[in-house]
Write a protein of this length. Structure first.
Lengths: 269, 269
């Protein structure tokens, strides 16, 4: 199949252009796309180099490239728009409607979408450090500070979800493993008593959990379907008994897990 | 100032709707927005509840709400579109142009943008675990596996950048502190010899570094401007001497740091 080249062009990190473009492209199946991010295109000189590059790719044959652009400079966009490509321009599409609605002129300031903000940066770093220090029940020193405590048997996806919530949303998220001794009864680890309102349970499918555990400990009892199945069953019994909300992570991305937890716990992003 | 309500409505996580909307809104300064994410709106029943909510907010006075939607279901959008709000519809705006260009009908499959993909999930988890195990030079067991090794004096932002690269891009990123004994000479820590091509340096501004260190160790020599200034100067001398590319993190977000490192090292996202 001939590949179609897709360029994400931005005057900043490229995150918005990639998110926009990738979201739209997930609607088209069975296509072969070759994707390139071209961040920090903030001057007409850089735009000219970029346009030459896109035109060069277009000239090598195959279908016309797609360009998803979030650049805000009129000069930069004037150069890019003349490429031999389908030019999809976030700024131009929406900014005039928003300007009319808000009654304020856009600043045309570049690279603003994911730029530095000391207060936000510090909050995220604090949350990341908290998540790292309290990961997997390593520390219970400041459990009271947690906004959210994920609980689950080992390898259900607690760590990436807590880290994601800390990193993206500055949420003080931590996680705590349910060990054999907790699952046998089943009962909450004593350390968590008094923190019930912050708990959120994670479960999975035995086959998926077994696969993940086998990566770490191939052929172990820990990774066996029987053991995974037992632990998940006991965990779910515990969640129900204690009325702890829970989610099955087996077919979810990190982003979906995070969005689900935020949504169900009513945590502000 | 009257606040204007902004809703990010999605049939999935809401990430694309938020990214799109927030990017556009950064262009308008001096406005007061109250933002709400409404994820997982995937049925017309949920759309009706959502529309009622938006209409209720609109009816309480103040300017008309803004709705950024990435929902793909025609039924869901038909309900939302009738709200008393400015409706900004990513799907409708671009999908027809893309369909014409690609010659393929969109699937209308919901929640695809940030949905599960086992291969991608596993790659991210592996990279996150790697970043956690090798954070701050904790382990050098598998340094050979690293695609990137960030080096810097303490608290310049190595850890969040490595974690972000692992989380978002599945990159095997690790980081290694430059200690007094390295900075005095200045010379690379012995462990890093042979890994020069993977190194990327981070620097900062003395005032900013001092502020960050003071959070951890208020009033310490470690946090003093003099010490921060000395360490950053020595680190920069080391980077230049060893021809290690480097970036100043003082005025950058985590996303900008990550995008800069990827870009400069030519690492594939």
């Amino acid at each position: 199949m001939t590949t179609r080249h897709v360029f994400f062009v931005s005057d900043g990190t490229g995150i918005t252009a990639e998110t926009l473009g990738n979201t739209l492209l997930t609607q088209f199946e069975g296509m072969d796309f070759t994707k390139s991010s071209l961040p920090f295109i903030s001057t007409t000189d850089k735009a000219r180099v970029t346009a030459d590059y896109i035109n060069h790719v277009a000239s090598t044959g195959g279908p016309r490239p797609l360009v998803f652009s979030t650049t805000v400079s009129d000069g930069v966009r004037a150069v890019l728009r003349n490429c031999n490509a389908l030019f999809i321009d976030l700024f131009d599409t929406y900014i005039h409607g928003l300007e009319a609605e808000l009654g304020v002129a856009p600043t045309h300031a570049q690279g603003r979408a994911h730029s530095a903000n000391t207060r936000r940066y510090d909050a995220r770093i604090e949350a990341i450090n908290y998540a790292l220090e309290h990961d997997d029940g390593q520390s219970v020193r400041e459990l009271g500070k947690a906004e959210l405590i994920l609980i689950a048997p080992s390898r259900c996806g607690k760590t990436p979800t807590s880290l994601y919530l800390a990193m993206q949303h500055g949420i003080f998220a931590t996680n705590f493993p349910l060990l054999d001794e907790d699952l046998e009864k089943p009962a909450l680890p004593k350390t968590l008593l008094g923190h019930e309102s912050k708990l959120f349970g994670v479960t999975s499918e035995p086959e998926r959990l077994s696969q993940v555990r086998n990566e770490r400990r191939p052929g172990s009892r820990y990774a066996s379907i029987a053991q995974c199945s037992y632990e998940l069953r006991q965990a779910e019994t515990l969640y129900r008994k204690q009325q702890i909300p829970f989610v099955n992570s087996a077919n979810m991305s990190i982003e979906e897990m995070a969005a689900t937890v935020l949504h169900e716990k009513g945590l502000k992003r």
